[in-house]
Design a protein around this ligand. Sequence first.
Ligand code: PLP
Length: 446
Amino acid sequence: MKPLAFYSTNGLAPRVNLRQALLQGQAPDRGLYLPEKFPRLTVAEIADKSYSEIAFEVLRRYATGIVDDATLRAICADAYDFEVPLEKVYDRVHVMRLDRGPTASFKDFAARMMARLIGKFVREAGQTLTILTATSGDTGSAVASAFHGVAGIRVLVLFPVDEVSDRQRKQMTTLRDNIRTIAITGKFDDCQALVKRAFADPALAALPLSSANSINIGRLLPQSVYYFHAAAQLGEPLVIAVPSGNFGDMMGAVFAREMGLPVRRLIVPVNGNNEFPEFLATGRYEKIEPSRNCLSNAMNVGHPSNLARLVAIYGGQMDETGKIHRAPDMARMCRELFSTSVSDEQTRTTIQQAWHDHKLLLEPHGAVAWRGFQDFLATESLGDSPAVILETAHPAKFPNEIERLLGFSPEVPAALAALDKLPEDFDRLPVDYEQFRRYLLTRYTT
Ligand SMILES: *Cc1c(COP(=O)(O)O)cnc(C)c1O
């Protein structure tokens, strides 16, 4: 069968297959890749399957003609060797804990699949590839851990020096080998802007660069798997709540729905960076620059990099600067999505209430999702729909906050505990593109 084609949301780049889309990250016209046609998958086809088998069923529909079934099945089994628990809170309401991977955030799901696929493509081509990525905390550690030791790949992670927790930083800076990290004296948006400029810079054309940020389609496809997993266990049509920053995770749910997963409503709670709920409410889109610093730090995004994809799926067009060239179907967006902004104060009281009312332990990102779900319930009754609220990080990644709010420290998973003893190694740069380019040229050419 012919491989599936991917097009760019800016409409000015040639169509590519999955291999090319993964290796390029961003399309040459600075748009984002989307599948020309979504493959179909029914919940009946995955009933009783294990998580890694469901991953295989989802991904094989995108990888036809690119990765053979036996290889893909083995990659899925190797990448997804941890639990994906659905914790019942009450009635048909469940929290899905996506924090059991090696770096204890949901970003492990995509990073582990991408590292294995990109590693395979690079080996086949006899290339060396530099993965350049900006992180607000969890992407960098998940990507660094997933690519650590993969032959033919070098990883460079930029992180905002004051916006990541000690544990998040140590997850990146203690790996060494093919992993390098730079502390940028700026915000996450500054890191992302540096990375974006490097990709567009002709002076760096000789360096094969790829992005592992949520703009890479390889980050999205694995993130639709767990919604199928939830439906296989809980039934459908699902009400889904996804705490959102760059909208990669929620796009996984949109992809799953496009593939045929019955979704009653997709709830998209954000923190104080409320550009999206404002957009739904007013139809006018305004980025937040600079992004607001909130407790749920992995969601401090003033312009979600995947928004152009969402707009495209709803029939519109948005360019990489956030300018809308064709309006999406706002009425349908408002019917199918529900978005709400959750303040830091609400996040804190939600952590306390969820613990008090349900013995449900949440960290700030999951608390934003839980609160968004409560806001939804204030507008509409759940009836007998199953609901799944995503907890995207392990509470032990935020020990001080939890201790202060609940009076105890969450148990630390072994992988995180081991970090405290390892020595760190990272470089520092200011927000200055010329210096960053020089850094790349001196380290990665010759
Ligand atoms: C990255 C991240 C998010 C936000 O996911 P997006 O795909 O950027 O919307 C939420 N929670 C945690 C813990 C994260 O690391």
